[in-house]
Design a protein around this ligand. Sequence first.
Ligand code: NAP
Length: 322
Amino acid sequence: MHAVQIRAQGGPEVLESVDVADPVPGPGEVALDIAAAGLNYIDTYHRSGLYPLACPAVLGLEAAGTVTAVGDGVTLVGVGDRVAYTSSIGSYAERRVIAEDVLVPVPDGLELETAAALMLQGLTAYYLVNDTWPLQAGQRCLVHAGAGGVGLLLIQLAKAKGAEVFATVGSDAKAALASGAGADHVIVYSRDDFAAEVEAIAGDRPIDVVYDGVGQATFAKGLSLLRRRGMMVTFGNASGPVEPVSPLELSSNGSIFLTRPTLFDYVATRDELVTKSNSLFAEVEAGTLDVRIGERIPLAEARRAHEQLEGRATTGKILLIP
Ligand SMILES: NC(=O)c1ccc[n+]([C@@H]2O[C@H](COP(=O)([O-])OP(=O)(O)OC[C@H]3O[C@@H](n4cnc5c(N)ncnc54)[C@H](OP(=O)(O)O)[C@@H]3O)[C@@H](O)[C@H]2O)c1
């Protein structure tokens, strides 16, 4: 079967298609036919070396597919079950083995592609508005990269909480997508100074919580927009990692809370994983959450997918199709 692996960390050119033997599930594991693997920004950190990874490695933390075989002692799923997962590396492949306890059943009414598109970015958007800073009606949040995979979902979930949503995006075409997702105010931050624009709209330091997946390029200005005792949620490094911050900077900006969360701490138990996934699946089935699949790219073209993602040329979710 085909997989896409890296033998060493580096640029997109290290992604290579390889033929590997079909994996056989061991105790507590199942074999999965992958229908769609999700592309996520973290894949570029694993590839580039920003995050350490033992090589050779098959990248990809998310997929959905069908169980084709089960190992000894498996009780949670059976052959033929449609399942999805996040947080287990090795998704850039036609088939894989995986521990049964990270799998979530996909409801009959939901496409496998939609489930694959929702797991990592959807669960992230979910924990950001429900757990990290439980967003209240009338609060103001700022969402960077609002037309991205996390961004479009986060805007919708924040609007559903009754928040006033400010979003930044890199182009006018992306602005239309962020507005379509419900953002109240959209700023093209590649052209306009987003801090000045936000304050022109809502006054001095008007933001309760900044959700910042862009990192280095936006962090300092985001901090300057927070109201007293607001929260800076820096959850990604699309523009590079944030420089170290002195605790005194948090006090001088108004007793700001700073957190650097990661999804895996918010779906740390199986109960959390299943409950939160089911909540997202139900919203999609009810039509209250829209999952935009920006492009389906053949798995063998994973290198192009990485180039597009790092080149800010994608919107919504990119799926890799084996
Ligand atoms: N901590 C967690 O639990 C967690 C979980 C999921 C994702 N994340 C993080 O959330 C962020 C978004 O992830 P995603 O998978 O949904 O990606 P994405 O938002 O679909 O893509 C990244 C976007 O970042 C923006 N960006 C700004 N400066 C950039 C630069 N210098 N280079 C590249 N992109 C830049 C671009 O949008 P514009 O052109 O509109 O600026 C780009 O489309 C990433 O930082 C990711 O690591 C964190």
